[in-house]
Design a protein around this ligand. Structure first.
Ligand code: UDX
Length: 457
């Protein structure tokens, strides 16, 4: 099939690459000339395992091309995917301006029947407006259909996720469009949920909000576990083996971040409000997630003090999760800002995200190190803020020899509590008591109550 993918962010670039790898002829389009030049030269604008190999292979085999012109990109295409960004606006709703701009240009250049598919995460009703904008901008009467085909890939494993999707969701009010899109995906062998436009748009938000709720549930369980002397990792394991619950997204931590969950949960809450429904559960999810990093900071400052002048802290992890260089809405970056704000000197390391973080954080009071151990030399404590797997296998004896005092604040439960404590560390994890510090253990709950009472977010 001949396809056009507009937008070369995570969804668009990975989508264009994988579609071409399936044997389709694909045009990727982006208004950013510099970005298109770099991609053509094989330089990926995002860090995503396996992506550059697929892009380069399909460019060289003639199935994948890139352009800055929507007119050129859509000319021959049977399906046009809109994959532009839908960031959070000031009101919490999704900012759809890029979608509207693209729809207008598609309308102006439409030269024959095509299915126009929105892959970006967009609120219910967006595709109907896309249809209206295209219709209003047609140069001459041309038949077309719109469809919704939300993407469920995760950053850091997007290539793998798109090839091995659990399901494909296609929404359209046109049987012809449903048939064309179904034919693109049937070879995957996974279930295809064909539905109407509005349900497809809603599925993506419902899935992300549910996953964010699952994380938030385990984060709140972590508070109770700490107070009651249970271990949240074991509790999550015991719960997750129940097939009805499942073990994924039950890792307690410093709260979810990234470019999707925070914005999508807010946007769904906003959609509900717009329809005169107060989605109380989601309101709590947003509130609890916001407070999660403060609980972690509270734990750290109870031990280290709130004046960190003269203290050096080792920081592992800046990305919002492992296997990515993305720092958008990264809780790690928020915590780094807070620690620096209290006067600490920071020595930081992330396997992929340091350059991006430096653009936001600058160099004041921060030294960017080239490996994990370099951060720890002479530091007063070690903080683990991103769940990179390579951090979990670091040599604890070496860490102890490098730190000024053996203290770890592990925001991702990367280390084993018993092993770490047996080696003489004072180990602060999430949802596990710290040995010998009964006064600090469980203090989080009082703090959480204060946060809610003061409405401090
Ligand atoms: C998410 C959805 O998973 C994906 O389906 C959708 O298409 C886009 O949004 P992504 O944001 O790339 O993907 O990352 P994800 O792996 O879902 O992690 C999101 C955040 O939750 C990260 O900050 C991560 O650290 C955190 N997280 C995840 C936890 O704190 N605990 C967990 O158990 C899982």
């Amino acid at each position: 099939m001949k396809l056009c993918v507009i937008g070369t962010g995570y969804v668009g670039l990975v989508g264009a690459a994988i579609f071409s790898d399936w044997g389709n002829t694909v045009f990727g389009v982006d208004i950013d000339e510099e970005k298109i030049k770099r991609i053509k030269a094989g330089e990926m604008p995002i860090y995503e395992p396996g992506l550059s190999e697929i892009v380069l292979k399909n460019i060289s085999e003639g199935r994948l091309s890139f352009t800055t012109s929507i007119a050129e990109g859509i000319k021959e295409a049977e399906i046009v995917f809109i994959c532009v960004g839908t960031p959070q606006s000031e009101t919490g709703a999704a900012d759809l301006s890029a979608v509207w701009t693209v729809a207008k240009e598609i309308g102006q250049n439409l030269n024959g029947y095509k299915v126009i598919v929105t892959k970006s995460t967009v609120p219910v009703g967006t595709n109907e407006k896309v249809k209206q904008i295209i219709t209003e901008n047609l140069a001459s009467p041309v038949e077309f259909d719109v469809a919704s085909n939300p993407e469920f890939l995760r950053e850091g494993s997007s290539v793998e996720d798109m090839q091995n999707t659990d399901r494909t969701v296609i929404g359209s009010d046109s049987p012809k469009a449903l048939e064309i899109l179904t034919s693109l995906y049937t070879h995957l062998g996974s279930p295809i949920v064909a539905t109407n436009l509005r349900s497809a748009e809603m599925i993506k938000y419902a899935a992300n909000a549910f996953l964010a709720t699952k994380i938030t549930f385990i984060n709140e369980m972590a508070q109770v576990c700490e107070k009651a002397g249970a271990d949240v990792t074991m509790v999550a394991k015991g719960m997750g083996l129940d097939k009805r619950i499942g073990s994924a997204f039950l890792r307690a931590g410093i709260g979810y971040g990234g470019s999707c969950f925070p914005k999508d949960v807010s946007a769904l809450y906003r959609t509900a409000t717009d329809h005169s429904y107060d989605f109380k559960l989601l309101r709590s999810v947003i509130e609890v997630n916001y407070g999660q990093k403060d609980l972690f900071m509270f734990k750290a400052t109870r031990f280290l003090g709130t004046n960190l002048n003269g203290k050096t802290l080792a920081i592992l992890g800046l990305a919002f999760k492992d296997n990515t260089d993305d720092i958008r809405d990264s809780v790690a970056v928020e915590i780094v800002k807070k620690l620096r704000g209290l006067g600490a000197q920071l020595k930081v390391y992330d396997p992929a995200a340091s350059d991006n973080a430096r653009k936001i954080l600058g160099d004041t009071s921060i030294t960017y190190c080239s490996n994990e151990y370099e951060t720890m030399e002479g530091a007063d404590a070690l903080f683990v803020l991103t769940e990179w797997k390579q951090f979990a296998v670091l040599d604890l004896a070496k860490i102890k020899s490098l730190l000024k005092q053996p203290v770890i604040f592990d925001g991702r439960n990367s280390f084993d509590k018993d092993t770490t404590e047996a080696q003489g560390f004072t180990y602060f994890a999430i949802g596990k008591r710290t040995n010998g510090l009964e006064k600090i253990n469980g203090a989080g709950n009082n703090y959480s109550a204060t946060l809610i009472k003061n409405g401090s977010h």
